[in-house]
Write a protein that binds this ligand. Structure first.
Ligand SMILES: Nc1ncnc2c1ncn2[C@@H]1O[C@H](COP(=O)(O)OP(=O)(O)OP(=O)(O)O)[C@@H](O)[C@H]1O
Length: 301
């Protein structure tokens, strides 16, 4: 007799709470991510999406609940009287296993694009120069920017800079990547090129949590879509369940607001990609960017 084995999620969040000056931004969030899964977090402005990923990355202290990465408690250690905070050094070591991409790309202006990818990798992970450069060039190729390796950030568009930021975060091959509204700071015509890179990263098997207002992306790429409102996970399920069969009134109202703004998720997105399709047949982000001019004004929020 064989025993069914369910792999432990990479990320587990239990009853997470976070308060800012008396305001409850997260109110008992439960959430998990399995290996290779793309989880897209959607919800109205102020619902706590960014706070959730910032807590996971330990950029915010948490007030209650717990976060586990590969079964290891983040930020705290078990102690005979309960738990106590880890040292900053131990926290930094845990954070190195998580990659994060923010709205703002925050590249170092005086470093070249190549240095912006290699230097943080070398400094935080202690890898050698040759290894860091080899990895960086591979990633810059993946995001379609190998030809910009010697340029400086000011010579790149916002979309290109965000693609560099994605390469930078991927350099140490983190266990999980967190994207906090990675296209929100971009001009509308630059959004698609960054979403194309996110799709490539997702299809390469990277475990990802993506906070976004891009409903088309959520529908296409989310293995699971999590809808948050008022600091809680209100509903979660497959993209099909969330977009075509919403249960809660709050999700229905949220989706109808998007439809009212002209973004019709059920019409905008093609069928979900075939997960069994061989990856090499997919055009890379670089191919797509060369093949198709940027489409203006598709942002839905
Ligand atoms: N550092 C902070 N200090 C005070 N309040 C904060 C802070 N960070 C977030 N908040 C508040 O917590 C709530 C949740 O914010 P959060 O940024 O997580 O929402 P969100 O769902 O990501 O919104 P958006 O889609 O607009 O980015 C908001 O009311 C916000 O004003």
């Amino acid at each position: 007799m064989t025993t069914a084995h369910t792999p432990e999620p990479i990320l587990q969040v239990h009853q997470l709470t976070k308060t800012f000056a008396g305001f409850q931004a997260l109110n008992g969030v439960d959430f998990s991510v399995n290996e290779g899964e793309v989880v897209v977090v959607i919800g109205p402005s102020g619902s706590g999406k960014s706070t959730l990923v910032r807590c996971v990355h330990q950029l915010e202290t948490i007030d209650g609940g717990s976060v586990y990465l590969d079964g290891e408690l983040l930020g705290y250690e078990h102690h005979r009287s309960g738990v106590r905070p880890l040292t900053p050094r131990a926290v930094a070591a845990q954070r190195r296993r998580i990659g994060m991409v923010f709205q703002q790309f925050n590249l170092f202006p005086h470093w070249t694009i190549l240095e912006n990818v290699t230097r943080p990798h070398r400094m935080s992970h202690g890898v050698g120069a040759a290894e860091a450069e080899q990895r960086a060039r591979l990633l810059l190729k993946q995001v379609g920017l190998e030809h910009k390796a010697d340029a400086h950030p000011r010579e790149l568009s916002g979309g290109q800079q965000q693609r560099v930021a994605i390469a930078r975060a991927l350099a140490p091959a983190p266990r999980i990547m967190l994207f906090d509204e990675p296209t929100s700071a971009l001009d509308p015509e630059l959004v698609d090129e960054v979403l194309a890179v996110l799709r490539d990263v997702a299809r390469s098997g990277v475990t990802m949590v993506v906070v976004t207002h891009e409903m088309e992306f959520a529908r296409q790429m989310g293995d699971r879509v999590v809808f948050m409102d008022a600091g809680r996970v209100v509903e979660q399920g497959t993209a099909e369940q969330i977009f075509n069969h919403p249960k809660s009134d709050r999700l229905k109202a949220f989706l109808s607001r998007f439809r009212a703004q002209g973004a019709r998720p059920e019409e905008a997105a093609p069928a979900a990609p075939d997960a069994t399709a061989p990856v090499p047949t997919e055009p890379t982000a670089a191919d797509r960017m060369q093949a198709a001019p940027a489409r203006p004004g598709r942002r839905s929020a």
